[in-house]
Design a protein around this ligand. Structure first.
Ligand SMILES: C[S@@+](CC[C@H](N)C(=O)[O-])C[C@H]1O[C@@H](n2cnc3c(N)ncnc32)[C@H](O)[C@@H]1O
Length: 247
């Protein structure tokens, strides 16, 4: 039997285990990059916070931490694993109505790629309202180049204790989007149950992102490789990290 599952429903309970090293490295890099900028935020909002691991790590240096995620399963993991985070909401980042401004807003590990290009525009307008003047919005994303050229050939196989998963990616030329089909087999009792999830990711061009920023009254301050956090030429990267700030 195959169960068609909501995005992130199947992976939520193992997301932390699978991504712990990458998220911990991202926390270290983000904190040291902000130190270089002499930027010491006291509030952070994580859009698409997943299981909350990044927020948990940032709590060591940022006193007020809040996050939201669309997936109820990811939010329940975040609440379980991160009871000390100040506020965690189950909401789309586009529907969020924060009751305060933030000095730092983050959206990491390609969470922003789930938004359609028109929604990036909407999000950037909201970021302008939610961001403290002089604050930063840091996000990373899979580029248009990656989704168009690498995705159609990408296949992956993962396995762990009581589960295995195949990923098959393609490029949908009509939607201009990358489609990732995940086929999961999860042990329940003596049998394996098959789950399928489909993830659709959009990769706007750098030119489009410049326009979204400009329309919202924001501007791009730093462009980096999101793994090394070194400054980089975005034209050649498959994933990009950007620090955007108020004018
Ligand atoms: C790859 S995970 C990244 C999680 C976390 N940011 C990290 O760095 O590990 C992408 C997350 O984005 C969330 N997401 C997708 N669309 C969203 C939306 N419109 N609003 C809020 N969260 C969303 C998913 O539920 C998922 O938890």
């Amino acid at each position: 039997m195959t169960i068609l599952s909501e995005q992130y429903k199947t992976i939520a309970s193992i997301y932390d285990e699978l991504n712990a090293d990458a998220i911990d490295q991202l926390s270290v890099n983000l904190i040291s990059f902000m130190e270089e900028l002499k930027f010491t935020p006291s509030t952070v909002l994580d859009l698409g916070c997943g299981s909350g691991r990044l927020l948990r790590n940032l709590q060591t240096t940022i006193p007020y931490c809040a996050g939201c995620d669309l997936s109820p399963e990811m939010i329940s993991e975040a609440r379980k694993l991160s009871p000390r985070i100040n506020k965690i909401e189950c909401s789309s980042m586009l529907d969020l109505k924060p009751d305060r401004c933030f000095e730092l807003i983050i959206c990491t590990n390609d969470a922003i790629n789930y938004l359609k290009p028109i929604e990036w525009n909407v999000l950037f307008e909201k970021i302008k309202q939610w961001l403290h003047p002089g604050g930063y919005f840091y996000f990373d994303f899979t580029t248009n180049l990656d989704i168009r050229t690498v995705w159609p050939h990408y296949r992956d196989y993962l396995e762990g204790n009581g589960w295995f998963c195949c990923k098959i990616n393609e490029y949908d030329i009509d939607q201009k989007a990358g489609i990732e089909r995940q086929v999961w087999f999860v042990k329940q009792g003596k049998d394996y149950v098959r789950f399928e999830e489909q993830h659709t990711l959009y990769g706007p061009t750098l030119h489009e992102i410049e326009i979204f920023s400009k329309n919202a009254g924001l501007f791009i301050k730093h462009i980096i490789d999101p793994i090394s956090f070194r400054k980089a030429d975005p034209e050649n990267l498959l994933r990009v990290g950007m620090f955007i700030t108020t004018a």
